[in-house]
Design a protein around this ligand. Sequence first.
Ligand SMILES: [Zn+2]
Length: 287
Amino acid sequence: MQLVEQISPHVWILPAEHKSDRPILAAIVGSRRTLLMDAGNSPAHARLFQEQLQARGVRLPDLLVLTHWHWDHSFGMSEWNLPAVAHQQTVDALRKLVGLDWSALESTLQALTRQGMASAETLQHMQEEYGADRNIQVVVPDLIFAHSLHFDLGDVTCEIRHVGGDHTSDSCFLYVKEDKVLFLGDSLGPSVYGGPRTYTANHFLRLLESIYEYDADLIVESHGQPLALTAFREDLNEWEQLARLVEQFGRDRERIVAGLQGLTQVHDLTQAVDWYMAGLEKKPRNL
Ligand SMILES: [Zn+2]
């Protein structure tokens, strides 16, 4: 079982769990309000965070903000029953999921996979998370923003900002200003639905640039763990180099792979090369 951790003066998180694809959930706790970042992948996931916050005497969330629409970030919403803030595209995507027959999980996900809104992994993870209890209620957020929105929670302020990227076009960053904590959601990941995974060098490099424009001390990817800025830079260095090689050599896979030989190669980037190659065949899309 994951246990809540306080990672900065105002921020508590429930760490990620990979078996059923539970992302990090965060509570940003001000003197007047608590903001919840992401709802969880199920009511059970939401309840786990609620119970642990309560046990630690942390003020429970008053409102909720989503980093993007994906099921693992949004399907816990029914359990929270809070005013929910989301980007317009997040709302549009969730609207498409309301009223689907979730008791017939396999066929519903098959149809969504054809529409580019789920994948084989989604079924596997949802079966793991929900077991036989398919009581899924999709909730559509009520407060909609277009570019960014600021929250004054009392002694601590946050900004949700739409950034897009390959993972999903509605991806947002959440920045906790006073604590210098930057949540990236899944924005740095490749696209995961609608065919093979894809990456686009331009999207990836633009996102990295935006991250480094913040004055963040701690950077948090939803399915990773909080990293200090220096550790994050180190971790991302090869990924950045790879994106630059793709920018330079385009479809010339051999030269890209040859370029990778010169890097330290902490991560195995071979798969990522394929994601970039697939990305080059995809129609370009704006951030
Ligand atoms: Zn996602």
